[in-house]
Design a protein around this ligand. Structure first.
Ligand code: 0O2
Length: 270
């Protein structure tokens, strides 16, 4: 098949990967802007290269005509979570979504592959709109922890280096490392609530500081400059105390002050 034709075939897959990557990234944004812990830490996506598609088709004895139907990972999205518990939360989110339909799931976390590979795979159908109309694309979503991703990235590079024939002594090391990853993920689960609390309060503080700075900036247009500078100095003083409760109280008081100035301006304009 001509390269140009391949490019055309892969175009809707590229669109599906871009749209889904954006949508999952937006979920991170939504969680964080509400001061909530996001079960998704990072999202990446890729369209399989033509040579990798042909290699896989050859290995699985799939003819060129059958490729789009039978290769389910031409479009791939990878979702990285911090903790093993987050993976099921992400799977639930995917199952509930109206813009994609789950076709199948594979749990390589509870059923680790012989290689030591662990990840949760969900194959979904996803519709994209292209110049030639609507297309339904299969996308493989791989969901794994940061630690699982570390292992599989290294192992994938070694598979590539050794053309899938990784020497035994390296295989053994990879098996030991895979076991260490299981221990690491379990250990991290124990401290999950501690870490989540710390991250949540950090996110709440970040959002709060950004709101306070916006309000102060707006006050410069409404109020006397000297008074706003006094408010600003008070903000710096409280910020340095590193006490979220005091910062929240300051934020509430500032809102009342800003509201007062806005009301004053309205009465002046009547
Ligand atoms: P690439 O280069 O990542 O695209 P099957 O349906 O069982 O006949 P298939 O279709 O390979 O076989 O499905 P499977 O086993 O679920 O694998 C799908 C993808 O998961 C692979 O795609 C890899 O991305 C990843 N994967 C599966 N097993 C391993 C493993 O042992 N090590 C690593 N690092 N990744 C794995 P590709 O096309 O093999 O590779």
């Amino acid at each position: 098949m001509e390269i140009q034709l391949w490019r055309e075939i892969l175009m809707p897959y590229d669109l599906a990967v871009k749209e889904l990557t954006f949508k999952f990234e937006h979920l991170i944004y939504e969680h964080r802007s509400k001061g909530l812990y996001s079960p998704i830490e990072q999202v990446t996506g890729r369209v399989k290269t033509i040579s990798s598609i042909l290699d896989k088709a050859q290995k699985k004895k799939i003819t060129i005509d059958e490729i789009e139907d039978r290769l389910v990972d031409i479009a791939g999205v990878r979702i990285i979570c911090q903790f093993i518990e987050d993976i099921q939360r992400v799977v639930e989110i995917i199952r509930k979504r109206k813009d994609m339909t789950v076709i199948s799931e594979r749990d390589y976390i509870n059923h680790m592959k012989e290689s030591g590979y662990r990840s949760y795979h969900v194959i979904v159908k996803y519709r994209v709109q292209t110049l030639s109309g609507e297309r339904e694309i299969k996308v493989e979503i791989q969901i794994r922890t940061l630690a699982m991703n570390f292992w599989s990235t290294i192992e994938h590079s070694l598979q590539y280096k050794y053309k899938k024939n990784i020497p035994d002594h390296i295989r053994e090391k990879l098996t030991t490392a895979a076991e260490a990853i299981i221990v690491l993920d379990n250990e991290m689960s124990y401290v999950r609530s501690e870490i989540m609390d710390a991250q949540n309060s950090f996110q709440i503080q970040t959002n709060l500081v950004s709101d306070i700075l916006n309000t102060i900036q707006n006050l410069y247009r409404l109020a006397n400059k000297r008074e706003v500078m006094k408010i600003q100095d008070e903000f710096y003083r409280i910020y340095e105390l590193n006490d979220l409760e005091q910062l929240q109280r300051f934020g509430r008081e500032l809102d009342i002050i800003a509201e007062g100035y806005r009301a004053q301006l309205l009465t002046q304009n009547i």
